[in-house]
Ligand binder design. Structure first.
Ligand SMILES: C[S@@+](CC[C@H](N)C(=O)[O-])C[C@H]1O[C@@H](n2cnc3c(N)ncnc32)[C@H](O)[C@@H]1O
Length: 252
């Protein structure tokens, strides 16, 4: 099985984008920016930042700085290239494993996001990263993350524009197994994606174990009437399915 780093190094050019292209650029990422709340002057840590698309959106929305971390050096290279048109203090990126990364200053980020990172991590590694997020968030800070909806792979047969293959394992026995999938861009290209499966309750348990005591806000993300009005051929096959879940949790 190819490593996640190898997959993203090989596909960095297909992920690089300056406008909404991927299905999830419409169905998830705008909702992440919304969930981060007012960003003016805030300092943000982006775990699993990829080629920096969401980090740039956060700076465009007013964030003072976003520091991105990603396991793929090629994705980080693309992020640094795209950051060249931004003020030098606004965006910084490093190639590193988000699991067990402890060198970020403690209690110093107003917002931490992990946009489709946890679907690459086992349940144990996800807990480690959530603990890192908990420790690095400033008081009153907010942690926002998105993952593929845990039920999605079990509701829809593999087909464009988004799928994961379950390979016969059921919802509970598949925990920590890697489901391979693909997600499409509106221009017809697609990229490989993975989901190390977890149940819905695994996310709540991991947040609690990491020390997030407040109830998270949970949003099940789906195709909307606006998406269908924009491009019914592209979004139509996913109408009515829960595609992703967004969690947002705050520190006191
Ligand atoms: C689906 S992409 C999302 C990228 C970006 N967050 C976005 O929304 O455009 C997942 C990213 O997670 C990164 N990733 C996977 N496992 C990681 C790990 N253990 N540490 C850091 N990054 C990781 C991959 O290299 C990839 O860039």
């Amino acid at each position: 099985m190819l490593s996640t780093k190898d997959i993203y190094d090989a596909n960095a050019s297909r992920w690089a984008r300056s406008e909404r292209v991927l299905l999830s650029d419409f169905t998830a990422r705008p909702r992440v920016i919304e969930a981060l709340g007012p960003l003016d002057g805030r300092h943000v840590l982006d775990l699993g930042c990829g080629e920096g698309y969401v980090a740039r959106l956060a700076v465009d929305a007013g964030a003072a700085s976003v520091h991105g971390v990603d396991a793929s050096p090629e994705m980080v290279r693309a992020a640094c290239d795209a950051a060249q048109t931004y003020p030098s203090t606004a965006l910084s990126f490093e190639a590193a494993d988000a699991v067990g990364t402890n060198r970020f200053p403690r209690a110093s980020y107003d917002r931490i996001m992990a946009v489709f990172l946890f679907n690459y991590l086992t349940r144990a590694d996800m807990k480690t990263v959530m603990r890192t997020a908990r420790e690095r968030l400033a008081p009153g800070g907010r942690f926002v993350f998105t993952v593929p909806h845990p039920c999605f792979a079990y509701m829809r047969a593999p087909a464009a524009p988004f799928y994961f293959e379950t390979n016969g394992a059921d919802y509970f026995s598949a925990v920590d197994r890697t489901l391979e999938g693909r997600i499409w861009r509106r221009d017809g290209a697609d990229v490989p994606v993975r989901c190390v499966h977890k149940t819905l309750s695994d996310y709540f348990d991991a947040l609690a174990e990491a020390g997030f005591v407040a109830l998270p806000r949970v949003v099940e993300l789906a195709v909307t009437v606006e998406h269908l009005a924009l491009d019914a051929d592209f979004f139509g096959p996913l109408r009515g399915y829960p595609l992703h879940v967004l969690f947002s949790v705050e520190l006191p």
